[in-house]
Design a binder for this molecule. Structure first.
Ligand code: ZN
Length: 227
């Protein structure tokens, strides 16, 4: 009731194109769903997301649902999610991607879904980690536990996702750490984030997780910057 009154004054719009949503549409309109640039990474083991981590970290599987283009509908969705409080975008993308990922044997062997953590300070400013809902939707639909306490961020860094002037990413290795016990040994972790760009953040997170004896890593993201 309250929702329908609110909708009368503030009709919900699509997070991709800003068109008014029909009553049977949720967060993303039908047109954007059809026109969204799918990567189809899940159909190929050695896809471009997987190749991004060649020689950097050993990954079992890597994929992103959508391509991220500057000024495109996916950028609109991700910016809505990160900067305009549209947390539900993560849920919709997680439910969407779970349908593809549940068909993969490698994903069925995952023991826990691990979000790239935000520092407390940024968490306070934003009020939420933008990958939480994506991870919870994957967790629910793939029937894999979600674990947001294994991987931790130590140092507040504004530029953690960017390379320095020399193009190096070292110096951010100490940003992430793991707190684990013996029950976390020999597990397959699915690390999740919003957008794969350089892959630097995912690389250092993976290296932290690989400190756990017998750890195996897979990576799943909402989108990947198109090169
Ligand atoms: Zn739309």
């Amino acid at each position: 009731m309250l929702k329908s009154i609110l909708n009368l004054f503030f009709p919900p719009v699509c997070s991709g194109c800003k068109a008014f949503l029909l009553s049977n549409e949720n967060i993303i309109c039908t047109i954007c769903r059809h026109e969204a640039p799918l990567t189809n990474h899940h159909l190929y083991t050695e896809n471009e997301a997987f190749k991004k981590f060649y020689g950097r970290i050993p990954v079992e599987h890597a994929s992103a649902l959508l391509y991220f283009h500057k000024k495109g509908i996916v950028q609109e969705m991700i910016h809505g999610l990160k900067y305009r409080g549209q947390e539900e975008v993560g849920t919709v993308l997680g439910e969407w991607y779970a349908e593809d990922l549940k068909k993969l044997e490698i994903v069925q062997s995952v023991d826990a879904i691990i979000p790239v953590p935000l520092h407390k300070k940024r968490l306070r400013n934003r009020g939420y980690n933008q990958v939480t809902n994506f991870g919870l939707a994957l967790s629910e639909n793939l029937k894999i536990p979600y674990n947001a306490s294994l991987l931790k961020r130590n140092i507040y860094s504004k530029t953690q996702s960017k390379k320095n002037l020399l193009g190096r990413t070292e110096g951010i290795d100490s940003v992430f750490d793991v707190s684990f016990s013996e029950k976390d040994h020999n597990k397959h972790f699915l690390l999740i984030d919003d957008v794969i760009t350089t892959g630097a953040t995912l690389e250092v997170c993976s290296k932290a997780l690989l400190k756990i004896p017998g750890a195996r890593i897979s990576i799943v993201c909402m989108a990947m910057a198109h090169s």
